[in-house]
Write a protein of this length. Structure first.
Lengths: 440, 174
């Protein structure tokens, strides 16, 4: 599924791809008249609204194509770069740019196009931009805190409004159509100097009405079709994601989890998907209880996506079934370095058993059954050594069976030695896919 | 022959916009990122600075990020795209007979005024574009198409500020 990993195509091929996209970009801007500073400036005197029309048509057409491609499973939105929102630096930067726009008559992209057709004012403006970005690099250190303030990360209008992508798209289409309608009227009044009475309020050509209808229709199709659910998205992902499941490469031996927890270079996060009752009876030390139904909600998903590349996230259930389902949903949502604890808590307790006075093995549960196969006498949480096999001793460990309470517990903590388990290493750290915008 | 030397007219803005949208979508579809210009200009500026003052580049956090140490600012995807933009703009200009060495300005300003304001506007624009983490193409266009909140706020900020100031500098353009 697109986008493609074009770095795999080699440096020359990827340079060519970017170059070709640039050629399309430059040619379209030039054709639209963006190389002429007078046309650009006329926008701000309402005589010629070309800039607004071209820009917002471009935005809305691309938005429809992107949302449509995502809806029909052609494009994986998790791998598309969405400009992170730094609200206030963005707004202040935008206000400053507006000043530059009206004084100089260009924005950076259009000045490049003007310069390419040998417009001297475009070249001068471009030289000015180079000076401006240099000045910024020299001075940003003095207001670094503002520059990195109000960072909302990857934050879309759909998340902000809490509405489906399609609905937001439809609203954006309607907003843009109203802007175009106002722009047409303004051109008649300020550009052609017609009296208001002579200006028709409805679209004057079939092409414009038809284009508007096409945009609304396309947005409606996206609304009706909806965006794929995580399960549908997973089905759309390629073999590269599905093969490891079939080969059990994503199921990690508990002893490897324990070994990784001792690795200072890696942060291990364990998400426990069982109900609260089982979680309270026993859970792996430091694990977090998560409701599987809430996994792909933004408040759970966003922190997972924001984890650095050195974090390995493990999913654990009583068996493997719910953990695998959660793995698919999170994988389809773009979470990296994600694994399932092999055999779940039931297997964990086989390898790192608790004392018989705390829990005894009950009926063995099938691997995909979500049932705790141990009968606990009381809730232990993560207070037993079994929850922290990487720690050989800790003062925090309880010694529940210790009528024979060893002297040790008062002096050096409750100690225990686990057998050395053999396992095949399966965790491979993956660096995040480097998606970056052209302006980054 | 003189008649054929006239530039061809610009294409309909809605058609140009649609083509722009298709190019932008292709960029997202193939590369996973949008279009842009100012990021590449920042790379070029830092690259040039790196020829003359490499130690200064290494010691200024913002520049070091781009060209510090062994980093090569010239091989970024944005720079390739910028080269393409120049080629594409030139090709379209050539076909439409608009490639001509000339200075465009408002009807009532002197060449000196235009030169000064083009440079000044460029400097302000470049500064603002880096503060906003992208220019009209990289933020408004690309971020707008993927419905980023910041990009829409940014786009309206640019237009609002330019409209607010337009009346005061009307002599430049009218």
């Amino acid at each position: 599924m697109a986008p493609f990993d074009i770095t795999a195509a080699g440096p020359i091929a990827s340079a060519l791809i970017f170059g070709l996209i640039g050629i399309g970009f430059g040619a379209v801007l030039e054709m639209g008249g963006f190389g002429d500073t007078r046309k650009l400036a006329a926008q701000f005197y309402l005589r010629d609204m070309t800039v607004l029309k071209v820009m917002f048509t471009g935005i809305i057409v691309a938005a429809i194509l992107v949302a449509g491609a995502t809806a029909f499973g052609l494009l994986d939105m998790n791998r598309v770069w969405i400009n992170p929102t730094y609200l206030w630096p963005g707004i202040v930067g935008g206000l400053i740019m507006g000043v530059g726009f009206i004084l100089g008559g260009f924005c950076p992209g259009t000045s490049v196009v003007a310069a390419s057709t040998l417009k001297i004012d475009g070249m001068l403006f471009l030289a000015g931009v180079l000076g401006g970005v240099w000045l910024f690099g020299e001075t940003v250190g003095s207001f670094e805190l503002f520059f990195i303030s109000s960072n909302m990360g990857r934050f879309t209008l759909a998340e902000w409004l809490g509405a489906p992508v399609g609905v937001v798209l439809l609203l954006a289409v309607l907003l843009v159509l109203v802007m175009f309608w106002a722009a047409e009227l303004a051109e008649r009044y300020f550009g052609e100097k017609k009296a208001w009475a002579e200006i028709p309020l409805r679209p004057t050509s079939l092409g414009k009405a038809g284009g508007a209808a096409a945009l609304v229709l396309a947005a409606l199709i996206v609304v009706m079709h909806g965006q794929p659910t995580p399960a549908q998205k997973f089905e759309l992902l390629g073999e590269a994601v599905k093969k490891p499941v079939a080969e059990r490469a994503i199921f990690v031996h508990p002893a490897e989890v324990v070994a990784l927890r001792q690795d200072l270079n890696i942060r291990v996060a364990v998400l426990d998907l069982r109900d609260e009752h089982d979680f309270n009876l026993f859970h792996v030390g430091g694990s977090r209880h998560v409701d599987p139904a809430a996994l792909t909600q933004p408040e759970v998903l966003k922190p997972l996506l924001a984890e650095p590349a050195s974090t390995v996230t493990f999913l654990v259930a009583n068996g493997e079934g719910p953990a695998l389902a959660a793995w698919k949903a999170l994988k389809a949502s773009g979470v990296q370095n994600l694994y399932v604890v092999e055999g779940g808590v039931n297997r964990w307790l086989e390898l790192y058993p608790v004392d018989a006075c705390v829990a005894i093995p009950g009926q063995p549960a099938a691997a995909d059954a979500d049932r705790l196969a141990w009968h606990f006498a009381f809730a232990t949480g993560s207070s037993l050594p079994s929850a922290w096999p990487e720690l050989t001793a800790s003062r925090a460990f309880r010694t529940p069976c210790a009528a024979s309470a060893s002297e040790e517990s008062h002096h050096g903590g409750h100690g225990i030695t686990w057998p050395e388990y053999q396992f095949a290493r399966k965790v491979k750290l993956q660096v995040k896919a480097a998606v970056k915008g052209g302006c980054g | 022959m003189a008649a054929t030397k006239e530039p061809r007219p610009y294409v309909n803005p809605y058609l140009a916009g649609t083509l722009l949208g298709v190019v932008l979508f292709l960029s997202f579809y193939v590369t996973g990122g949008g279009l842009g210009a100012s990021g590449a200009l920042s790379h070029i500026q830092t690259g040039v600075l790196d020829w003359f003052a490499p130690a200064h580049v290494d010691r200024t956090a913002y520049f070091a990020d781009i060209a510090g140490g062994e980093r090569n600012p010239w091989t970024s995807s944005g720079v390739y795209m910028l080269v393409g933009t120049i080629v594409g703009g030139f090709a379209s200009g050539l076909y439409n007979r608009r490639v001509r060495l000339e200075l465009r300005k408002g009807p009532n300003v002197t060449i000196t005024t235009r030169v000064v304001f083009a440079l000044l506007g460029g400097i302000i624009m470049g500064y603002g574009a880096r503060l906003a983490r992208g220019c009209t193409s990289g933020q408004a266009l690309s971020g707008g198409a993927v419905l980023s909140v910041g990009s829409w706020a940014f786009a309206f900020a640019v237009f609002a500020s330019a409209y607010a100031l337009a009346w005061f500098v009307r002599r430049l353009w009218n």
